[in-house]
Design a binder for this molecule. Structure first.
Ligand code: GTP
Ligand code: MG
Length: 195
């Protein structure tokens, strides 16, 4: 799928702005600054495709990318702290929740977790929303390059324990670094396998 080259389709600010549900889609959710946009760029091999930045709250719309005629990739606004006015943040958090619980063609949600921090209470809340909405989700660890090898397993155990309480979670974790390229091929293969 990735050989064909992904393209930006549109940024969506309200549920009625979503494109027609005419193909499956995969979305990337996670706390502000966890690396959602960077991961989409790494997966598609296009550095500037999704806008990434060091300012939490960079992505403020639901951004659609056409992967193929059969598949959209969806970059979501982050949750948790964001460097933006409260009213604005509340608006996009509401949109995020509506999207995650109400998109029939959403095949899998990737919930990104910073490998330095593990699963936080806000991540747990999003996972509960996905459970209730019956959206299968898989955890992708990000920024693995920032964690010493010796520390990695400890955090992974914490994440695995947190997933035990979530029936919609896939047990397999994908460990990635958008910076170094770790895990990117694995994640592409997972997305390729979705139909
Ligand atoms: P919001 O849109 O604000 O929610 O953020 P986001 O989750 O889209 O994060 P984004 O991709 O914008 O990345 C945030 C910061 O983390 C940027 O400065 C990235 O360069 C950095 N970053 C992302 N992935 C990695 C990674 O794998 N390794 C390292 N070292 N830095 C990363
Ligand atoms: Mg972003």
């Amino acid at each position: 799928l990735f050989a064909q080259g992904a393209e930006f389709l549109k940024g969506v600010v309200a549920m009625d702005g979503l494109p027609p549900a005419d193909r499956i889609e995969t979305c990337f959710a996670g706390r502000s600054n966890v690396g959602k946009s960077s991961l989409i760029n790494a997966l598609t091999g296009r550095k500037g495709l999704a806008r990434a930045s060091n300012t939490p709250g960079r992505t403020q719309e639901i951004n659609y990318f056409t992967l193929t005629d059969d598949h959209y990739l969806v970059d979501l606004p982050g949750y948790g702290f964001a460097n933006a006015p409260v009213a604005v943040v509340e608006k996009w958090q509401k949109l995020l929740k509506s999207y995650l619980s109400g998109r029939p063609t959403l095949r899998r949600a990737f919930v990104l977790v910073d490998h330095r921090h593990g699963v936080k209470p806000v991540d747990d809340q999003i996972m509960t929303l996905l459970d209730r909405s019956a959206v299968p989700f898989q955890v992708v660890m990000t920024k693995a390059d920032k964690v010493k090898a010796a520390e990695r397993e400890k955090i992974l155990d914490q994440v695995r324990a947190a997933l035990q309480t979530h029936p919609a979670a896939f047990p397999e974790l994908v460990v990635t670094s958008s910076e170094k390229g770790d895990g990117i091929a694995t994640l592409r293969a997972i997305i390729n396998s979705l139909v």
